[in-house]
Design a protein around this ligand. Structure first.
Ligand SMILES: NC(=O)c1ccc[n+]([C@@H]2O[C@H](COP(=O)([O-])OP(=O)(O)OC[C@H]3O[C@@H](n4cnc5c(N)ncnc54)[C@H](O)[C@@H]3O)[C@@H](O)[C@H]2O)c1
Length: 246
């Protein structure tokens, strides 16, 4: 377990939903937080709130479907804060569309936000984490990371892809003391993505994503001597279940 106060986290999709909740939890832990999102307006609001709480945060507006933009964003985060203790790639886009409806461009956009960005961000922090003696990388997965769902022909393979990347990097990161894990919301959460995709029945049971954040605090403190190569389901009770995927 590594101490978190004064350390840096980089979080994507931090303007709202689960990413916002994780960013706030890290600010409360005394971490410095680079926050990335395409919604510059909401990101500025969140960053203002965290600064008023006494946090040290850096909002970076970026479209993570764009490779060059993603590289510039992570370069800016590293230039500002140096090597991060934790990278949490949480941003994703889910638009349910059938194979008949979806275009190649739409497919690539969802895949790029989930999987291409995971690769670019992880590659950028890899050497700095090695030089720093370790770190923790977490990708937000989903039931869509291991099961099939109707009309998820982009999101679903994107989530399967990050689970594969996670397994490879957990193995490759072990000698460098870098932990790499996937996490899933282990409870239905009240977020804009859920609002667009949940049934009315699911919405009756959804919970504040802030309840899931203890698992992400724990994950940020990990290195390869601790939890790595796992899919971690964050529970609303504040606990979590972890499955070893290596
Ligand atoms: N909501 C759920 O029930 C659920 C279930 C399983 C997994 N997840 C995963 O948890 C994570 C967070 O989900 P959420 O419900 O908070 O989602 P959300 O849609 O509410 O929030 C996602 C954030 O990502 C940002 N984003 C989207 N496209 C972007 C882009 N091109 N560039 C930069 N930022 C972009 C959005 O602006 C938003 O702030 C996602 O990876 C999602 O797949 C969510």
């Amino acid at each position: 377990m590594n101490s978190l106060p004064g350390q840096t986290a980089i979080i994507t999709g931090a303007a709202q939903g689960l990413g916002y909740a994780i960013a706030k939890a890290y600010v409360n832990e005394g971490m410095r937080v680079a926050m990335m999102d395409i919604r510059g307006d909401l990101l500025a609001q969140a960053a203002g709130e965290f600064t008023r709480m006494g946090g040290d945060v850096l909002p970076i507006t970026v479209d993570l479907s764009d490779a060059a933009g993603t590289q510039s964003a992570i370069d800016a985060a590293l230039a500002h804060y140096g090597a991060p203790r934790a990278l949490i790639h949480n941003a994703a886009l889910l638009i349910t569309r059938s194979m008949l409806e979806i275009t190649l461009e739409q497919w690539q956009k969802e895949i790029n936000i989930i999987l291409q960005a995971a690769f670019i961000l992880s590659k950028a922090v890899w050497q700095p984490m090695i030089d720093a003696g370790g770190g923790s990388i977490v990708y937000l997965s989903s039931g869509s990371g291991y099961k099939g769902f109707i009309e998820e022909v982009a999101y679903n393979p994107g989530k399967h892809g990050i689970e594969g990347l996670m397994k490879c990097l957990a193995l490759e990161g072990a000698p460098f003391n870098i932990a790499v894990n996937c996490a899933t919301p282990g409870a239905p959460i009240n977020t804009p993505m859920s609002d667009s995709n949940y049934t009315e029945e699911q919405k009756r049971h959804w919970v504040d994503p802030a309840l899931l954040t203890p698992a992400f605090v724990h994950l940020a403190s990990q290195d390869a001597s601790g939890l790595t190569g796992h899919r971690v389901a964050a529970r609303a009770s504040g606990s979590w279940d972890a499955i070893d995927l290596l």
